[in-house]
Design a protein around this ligand. Structure first.
Ligand SMILES: Nc1ncnc2c1ncn2[C@@H]1O[C@H](COP(=O)(O)OP(=O)(O)OP(=O)(O)O)[C@@H](O)[C@H]1O
Length: 317
């Protein structure tokens, strides 16, 4: 559990983070969302002490983070940033092995862990382990960045706009990967994003920041139903609500038995992406796969039905 209490960070006359209190439960994904300069990154970086608070405190599992030795903090908290931050002169395998090496894991354990992570992220170890970062696509580099952050199985993962540079389709896949990893390891994830749709898709709860202040900390459904301040309402209205509702839900929810023509989509894809695929390829139905196996199909008409707010509220109950 991460308990943030009356946290402030001041730069000269600027209050970057202003009296923020919130508690993040184990295994949650908390998305910090807000406009540029609202204090999202500063707030997150105080968790792993890349930034020191001016006042207030952060406790991790009951311990003040200032009392936790730097190495222990680094080991317990993975950190992934936009642009991946991979070491350009190290192979993919060496990049992922960075923290386990610091922790002096033995070579066999490191190799097993590197290969396990590469497989989880759909990168064949035999092909990718020895590659250099510049030999990967942007999406592959992003996955290696997250794999590296997860290498020592940290209970907490901090992510700063990790998917910001990815194109929408790859971004959707990267988000699905993150959800899968989170389910598998039960990692507590704090992710900074300026994209409300991404926050809605990933967050078990969303922290909305404006000018250093926490405007609302609530589930996506609560935020849609009851935006706490005019700013939150404005942020919500900045996109299309029907599409936002679809980005919250996975294809898996609307699977039906049967075949369909053309390229399949994964069951973890958002309904929003599935609709985009229907429209793009002119198909009324799409085949659905899970772990590479065909498991059914989805209908465009069902996706459109799910986009109606009434049905969304029904699905939440
Ligand atoms: N080291 C610093 N020195 C001075 N001012 C800073 C420093 N770091 C951040 N700030 C200021 O604090 C405010 C909050 O910055 P922060 O990076 O937390 O915002 P953000 O919400 O993450 O923005 P973005 O989405 O643009 O990354 C900004 O006005 C920024 O200019």
């Amino acid at each position: 559990m991460i308990e943030i209490t009356h946290l402030c960070r001041v730069y000269g006359s600027l209050v970057a983070v202003n009296d923020v209190s919130l508690t993040i439960a184990d295994g949650e994904i908390v998305a910090i969302v807000g406009t540029s300069g609202s204090g999202k990154t500063t707030l997150m970086r105080m968790i792993n002490r890349l930034v020191e608070p001016s006042s207030g405190s952060i406790k991790i599992d009951g311990r003040d983070n200032r009392e936790i030795p730097a190495e222990e903090l680094r080991r317990g908290i993975g950190y992934a940033i936009q642009g991946h931050g991979l070491f350009p002169h190290k192979t993919v395998g060496e990049n992922i092995a960075t923290v386990p090496k610091l922790l002096k894991w033995d070579a066999n354990r490191i190799k097993a862990r590197v290969d396990e992570l590469l497989k989880i992220f759909n990168l064949d170890p035999a092909i990718f382990r020895e590659r250099m970062p510049h030999e990967l696509s942007g999406g592959q580099q992003q996955r290696v960045g997250v794999a590296r952050a997860l290498a020592a199985e940290p209970p907490i993962l901090l992510m700063d706009e990790p998917f910001g540079a990815l194109d929408p389709i790859i971004r959707d896949k990267a988000q699905a990967d993150l959800l899968e990893i989170q389910r598998r390891y039960g990692t507590t994830v704090v992710i900074v994003t300026h994209d409300m749709d991404e926050a809605m898709r990933l967050g078990t709860r969303i922290a909305v920041m404006d000018k250093g202040q926490l405007q609302q900390f609530a589930t996506p459904a609560e935020i849609i139903a009851h935006p706490a301040t005019p700013f939150v309402r404005e942020l919500l209205e900045s996109g299309d609500r029907a599409l936002r509702l679809l980005s919250l839900r996975d294809v898996a929810e609307l699977i039906e038995p049967g075949d369909a023509e053309g390229n399949p989509i994964d069951a973890a894809t958002s309904l929003r992406s599935a609709l985009a695929e229907c429209l793009w390829s002119g198909r009324e139905t799409l085949p659905i796969t899970s772990e590479g196996r065909l498991i059914g199909r989805i209908r465009r008409s069902e996706i459109e039905r799910a986009a109606r707010f009434d049905n969304f509220e029904g699905a939440q109950r």
